[in-house]
Ligand binder design. Structure first.
Ligand code: ARG
Length: 457
């Protein structure tokens, strides 16, 4: 392509280190679409003749059909998807192929292709996350009143409802979707026509190519446009944050599925067995979601480090932008699908959850609150009295509401028989009816709201 300037060809090492075709062939659809938009504009502007534009367009269509059918050929000498397509175009239509690259550089070409690819990836993630939200909301609706222990420090804290717990993840995913939507809005400016770095002397119409490719308009600074990868970083950072939510959810399932907890039976379809221990059913899919989050965060870190020292405008380091984005995209899509299946198809063992809440002194705060409300005891003193009651119950291996009234009154005589109504886990969750709280009625409202948001109601 640049033989004019060189006395000898690249060494084998140069060819290998330079070749991006093994991975950037994933951009072929975007590359063809952007080339078609570009050549249509060149034709409309009279920069190439209408006849040449038509020849180039049909050549590009033929190449697209070939790639669709046989895949993209990988010739390291052709470096990347852009050169691969251009050289095939020359084979098909002859020297007129050389007119396609008028008023364009691979620098604005790759920036455009990659934006198109990332835009589509954002849309796919959003669709996957919506399915995950549906699964969460459906299960939350089923379990609006199922009681489980709520934890802080992974120690039993207060009873909550399983529906409330699942809706916590609905909220996280809601924020993830909004981050991807923000990123998409910022991404949607078209670099095409920025050429190598300085713009071009040809009378191009950047509004036309931007519009043809579904962008809101052209980028405003050619130097920035060819060297900006913020859109890829925005995507990766949103992906990283999303992956850590998925990882936390996966971690919950891993813990809940362990025998001492026994809160959930994972779907067989998302579990594996052991080659030696016949009883085992391992949460491998959840563990891999947790593992993949580490890799996705690594992808975001990799591109940040690639970009941080680069002067304007394009440097070849930027060719390394694609592998981390492609890797993160496929890991994230799999993780979302795995967690959607896990939420939708797991069996929640609600009797075990309830029992764990009852045995874990989860209503101790309710006893303290009762003393404040009904006996006008200052909260700090009520906390102390309740601590003594828990200590006694624990020494007897019993639940709080299994203590007799005499035993409770021996700790503090202001306690009377009405206290037992406050000590049940049902009374406890029902009482937490503040907005956003765990009471079944609040959870049902949140489920209804979420169903409206998702278009399910
Ligand atoms: N393959 C390159 C990349 O992915 C695009 C081409 C820019 N090359 C250049 N030598 N200016 O970044």
């Amino acid at each position: 392509m640049w033989g004019g300037r060189f006395a000898e060809g690249p060494s084998a090492i140069m060819r290998e280190i330079n070749a991006s075709i093994p991975f950037d062939k994933a951009l072929w659809r975007q590359d063809i679409a952007a080339s078609k938009a570009h050549v249509a504009m060149l034709g409309n502007q009279g920069i190439v003749t209408a006849a040449d534009a038509a020849t180039i367009t049909s050549g590009l269509d033929r190449i697209a059909a070939e790639y669709e059918q046989d895949g993209v050929p990988e010739d390291w000498d052709l470096e990347d998807i852009h050169m691969t397509t251009e050289s095939r175009l020359a084979e098909l239509i002859g020297p007129v192929a050389g007119r396609l690259h008028t008023a364009r550089s691979r620098n604005d070409q790759v920036a455009t292709d990659f934006r198109l690819w990332v835009r589509e990836a954002m849309e796919q993630v959003d669709a996957g996350l919506e399915l995950l939200q549906r699964a969460l909301v459906n299960r939350a609706g089923e379990h609006a009143a199922s009681i489980m222990p709520g934890f802080t420090h992974l120690q039993t804290a207060q009873p909550v409802t399983l529906g409330h717990h699942l809706l916590a993840y609905y909220e996280m995913i809601r924020r993830d979707r909004s981050r991807f939507a923000d990123a998409r809005a910022r991404l949607n400016e078209c670099p095409l026509g920025s050429a190598a770095l300085a713009g071009t002397g040809f009378p191009i119409d950047r509004d036309a190519t931007a519009k043809a490719l579904g962008f809101d308009g052209p980028t405003g600074n050619s130097l920035d446009a060819v060297s900006d990868r913020d859109f890829a970083l925005d995507y990766l950072m949103a992906a990283a944050q999303c992956s850590l939510h998925l990882s936390r959810l996966a971690e919950e399932f891993i813990i809940w599925a362990s025998q001492p907890f026994g809160f959930v039976r994972l779907p067989d379809a998302l579990s594996t067995g052991s080659s030696i221990m016949p009883q085992k059913k391992n949460p491998d899919a959840a563990e891999l979601v947790r593992g993949h989050a580490g890799r996705i965060i690594g992808c975001a870190t990799a591109l940040m480090v690639t970009m941080k020292g680069l002067p304007l405008a394009y440097s070849k380091d930027m060719q390394d932008d694609k592998p981390p984005v492609f890797e993160a995209a496929s890991l994230l899509a799999l993780s979302i699908a795995a967690m959607t299946g896990m939420v939708a198809d797991s069996t929640f063992r609600t009797e075990r959850m309830r029992q764990a809440a009852e045995l874990g002194y989860a209503t101790a705060t309710d006893l303290a609150d009762w003393l404040v409300r009904e006996a006008d005891v200052p909260f700090r003193e009520a906390h102390h009295i309740t601590g003594a009651a828990v200590k006694l119950a624990e020494s007897k291996g019993a639940a709080l509401d299994a203590l007799s009234l005499e035993e409770l009154r021996a700790i503090d005589p202001r306690i009377d028989e009405r206290v037992f109504a406050a000590l049940s886990v049902d009374a406890s969750v029902a009482s937490r009816a503040s907005y956003g709280g765990t009471a079944p009625e609040r959870v049902r409202e949140q489920v209804a709201q979420a169903r409206r948001t998702l278009g399910l109601a």
